[in-house]
Design a protein around this ligand. Structure first.
Ligand SMILES: [Zn+2]
Ligand SMILES: [Zn+2]
Length: 351
């Protein structure tokens, strides 16, 4: 059977760059990963092909050889034969690419030393709080290593035993046709150890769900949808592991009349046609108190006035934005008798 073209396997063009390759591989590898397709030899075959294609195309030197000689570049002696590749080789470059998806099975549990997953918590603040910044407390739930058993899940005074099924590996590899498939050990759930007498405090889990409250300083100028990262306040990575991060998603409530655009603020203001025609002094609200603005005679509908530095502080600490006031000239819909007479006179005078 002729081997499929590596570019076709990944569904990319021949000039795809490293990023495009990686994306294509990641997407397809997720789809055909053996863990997601148990007992599916076709998916297994596709997965193997993907893996092989990516191994070659992601390596600049091998890619150049492949572009020149095709599959012939790797046939015969000295070539990077995949057939003989060990199980570890096949999974080795999943570490960086699929690590977050497949690498941390049971993260946060007894299964391991590693990096705990990241957590996200939302906070809702008012428009003004976003402008001035705010100190606030966020409360969320996460897992901590159980203090009673120090995370091994065993009743104090007892010890966990090495899992007999997987020999302490946490995973079992089995041959499926031509390909080795690795699965989490069903007996120890990947921990590599089994516990006979479970710790009563954590039911043998090694971790406990706890409520945590953190004091946060939300910086002035933060905008709706922005995320703050609090390092090492996420999920536990198990005994000796590293904590994940906490992401704080900030939601900012809209303002009754100010609209935000980055560090600038927009305000709409109605103007009667006499104010627009003759000019006026207006008092407008700003985020920094009321401000008098001059409307020159002959101001047109839609005119925008700019109040410098009356906007929102920039997050980088360099000054603040401006406020823009859009003037909308209104036309009266109901006139008193006197007003009507005056309007008639204006018309007679040529206005
Ligand atoms: Zn415990
Ligand atoms: Zn096991």
């Amino acid at each position: 059977m002729a081997k499929a073209d590596y570019y076709e396997v990944l569904g990319v063009s021949r000039d795809a760059d490293a990023g495009a390759l990686k994306n294509a591989f990641r997407k397809l590898a997720m789809k055909f990963h053996p863990d997601k397709n148990p007992n599916n030899p076709e998916a297994e075959e596709r997965f193997k092909e993907l893996n092989e294609a990516y191994s070659v195309l992601s390596d600049e030197e091998k890619r150049a050889q492949y572009d020149r000689f095709g599959h012939a570049a790797f046939e015969g002696g000295g070539a990077p034969g995949f057939q003989g590749g060990s199980f570890e080789d096949i999974f080795s470059h999943f570490g960086d690419i699929l690590g977050d998806l497949f690498g941390q099975r049971g993260g946060g549990g007894r299964s391991g030393r590693g990096r705990g997953s990241d957590l996200q918590v939302g906070v809702r603040i008012t428009f003004e709080e976003a402008v001035r910044g705010k100190k606030c407390d966020v409360t969320y739930e996460r897992h901590d290593v159980c203090e009673t058993c120090k995370g091994n899940g065993a009743k104090p005074g007892t010890k966990p035993h090495k899992c007999k099924t997987c020999g302490g590996q946490g995973r079992i590899a089995r041959q499926q046709g031509f390909f080795m498939v690795q699965t989490t050990c069903p007996v120890c759930q990947g921990a590599g150890e089994t516990v006979k007498d479970k710790c009563g405090d954590c039911s043998g889990q090694g971790v406990k769900r706890v409520q945590r409250t953190l004091s946060l300083k939300i910086p002035p100028g933060i905008d709706d949808g922005m995320r703050m990262r609090v390092p090492s306040e996420g999920e536990t990575g198990g005994p000796g592991g590293i904590r994940g991060d906490l992401h704080v998603l900030v939601q900012v409530e809209p303002h009754a009349f100010f609209k935000r655009d980055g560090s600038h603020v927009h305000l709409q203001r109605d103007l009667s046609f006499t104010q627009a025609t003759l000019g006026d002094e207006l008092v407008v609200p700003t985020l920094h108190g009321e401000e008098a603005v001059h409307v020159p005679p002959g101001t047109q509908h839609g005119t925008v006035l700019r109040l410098r530095n009356r906007g929102i502080p920039r997050l980088d600490g360099h000054g603040q934005g401006d406020q823009f006031v859009t003037l909308n000239v209104t036309v009266p819909t109901e006139l008193t008798r006197e007003q009507n007479e005056l309007m008639q006179k204006l018309r007679a005078a040529g206005l």
